[in-house]
Design a protein around this ligand. Structure first.
Ligand code: LLP
Length: 428
């Protein structure tokens, strides 16, 4: 959640721009990103790794929020890029991102997507299934290309998070299980394929994780796995990718660690586990998405109708909802909000914030304390920067909002507001 700043008129301000100015210029709903905060988060990852002394790559997980300008920012901050679809890959290439720093994920990459990535000459494929292991190699052979791969493995670790965003357990659609022996078999196949340059392994245990023990347990399992590969196959693989998943603050209840502490715990654990096995210290790759962009994003909505049900509840409706932020409906995710035009006024009303979709479940926040709220007020919902716009949709044919970056008192559009004409563009 962004530390709140107000200007002399008593309005909420983001990146030195008043929210009143932003809504007047761009309308609502509006997604506003504090560009400096994104850059600070990116730098915090890189600086903490530099301090660890280990070789590393920080790949921004573009699924959290992607547009061409975000890709350019990632490039400027020396990040690599994790993509999971042809669409994300296309966006990265269109923005001129260096292909050699792109990593391609996904449990069901299509042949077309694999070809597109081969032709672009991307840096690394994270191979997720036996099918892909064969298919990618065939395609690389046809093109007489050598490709770098990591094998995605599931270490059997259950992260403390929502079931839908937990990925490291044995019962997962992703990767090769270590405990089932599938990871071992996949590795032996991969190492025999002449067009593969096997760099190492990848694991991602889940998302919005606060505790360090899940990462530490995973690293121990992964380190033992790499050691067994070393002993059985006589290869010392140099890369360990431990994915993303670092938690952020949505409400006061969330207590994430600073980025530097996540990185320190990971790099310390790598040094210890690999050191104990006498394994040369690997290059450590991470893939943060949420922790780079979530808290940098704020959504501004205009308040519309208010329904007071005496002794039950007051519903305050806004001009967006599950179309621009699916997370409350999908995961029961919690958010905090203030009135952007009167953020310092005393909160005397208890209200629930409803979206405008034809769906009772389209609620953004239950039981929020606000000053007496009226038609025309602006509601600012904090920490909406990750998996908000990227999961936005056109339910009820509602156009997706505009997205702006703000910095040093200036704002600029990075994604235009969708128009009604855009909505019918593909209709025949
Ligand atoms: N690497 C891999 C392989 C992943 O699957 C993910 C997220 C990440 C990195 C980035 O994780 P992060 O640092 O952002 O936690 N839509 C859900 C989150 C889904 C996460 C999917 N994978 C949500 O809104 O909470």
């Amino acid at each position: 959640m962004t530390a709140m700043t107000t200007n002399v008129q008593g309005q909420l301000e983001i990146g030195g721009v008043s929210t009143g100015e932003l809504t007047a210029a761009y309308g609502t709903p509006l997604m506003v990103y504090d560009e400096d905060m994104i850059r600070r988060n990116a730098r915090a990852f890189r600086e903490s790794f530099i301090e660890s002394g280990l070789e590393f790559q920080v790949a921004y997980a573009s699924k959290a929020f992607m547009c061409k300008e975000m890709v350019r920012l990632a490039e400027e901050e020396n990040l690599s890029l994790d993509v999971v679809s042809g669409g994300e890959l296309y966006t990265a290439l269109e923005a001129g991102f260096p292909a050699g720093r792109i990593h391609f994920h996904g449990n069901n990459k299509s042949e077309e997507e694999l070809v597109m990535a081969l032709e672009a000459g991307i840096g690394c494929f994270v191979v997720d299934s036996f099918l892909e292991l064969e298919l990618l190699h065939e395609l690389a052979k046809e093109r007489e290309q050598q490709v770098n791969i990591l094998l995605r493995v599931t270490p059997g670790v259950e992260a403390h998070t929502h079931d839908y965003i937990m990925t490291g357990q044995d019962d997962s659609k992703f990767g090769f299980g270590i405990s089932t022996g599938q990871a071992d078999r996949a590795m032996q196949i991969a190492l025999c394929k002449p067009h593969y340059n096997v760099l190492g392994i990848h694991s991602h245990i889940g998302s919005q994780i606060f505790e360090l023990d899940g990462f530490q347990q995973a690293i121990t399992v992964l380190s033992d796995f790499l050691q067994s590969v070393r002993l059985e196959c006589e290869v010392t693989l140099p890369v360990l990718n431990i994915g993303g998943g670092f938690g952020v603050r949505y409400t006061e209840e969330d207590k994430p660690l600073p980025i530097s502490e996540y990185v320190k715990a990971i790099t310390d654990c790598v040094k210890e586990s690999f050191g104990e096995n006498g394994y040369p210290l690997p290059e450590v790759w991470v893939e943060p998405g949420r922790s780079i962009v979530a808290e940098a994003g704020t959504t501004l909505y205009k308040v519309g109708s208010k329904k007071i049900i005496p002794d039950v509840r007051t519903y305050v409706s806004v001009d967006g909802g599950m179309t621009d932020n699916l997370r409350p409906a999908l995961y029961g995710a919690k958010y905090h909000a203030v009135l952007a035009n009167r953020p310092n006024e005393e909160c005397t009303e208890l209200v629930s914030i409803a979206g405008k979709c034809c769906e009772s479940g389209d609620m953004l926040i239950w039981d929020l304390k606000l000053p007496p709220v009226n038609f025309g007020d602006t509601l600012a919902v904090f920490s909406t920067g990750a998996y908000g716009y990227s999961m936005a949709n056109n339910y009820n044919r509602i156009p997706r909002p505009a997205v702006v970056f703000v910095k040093d008192g200036e704002s600029r559009v990075v994604i235009e507001r969708e128009t009604y004409a855009d909505l019918v563009r593909l209709d025949r």
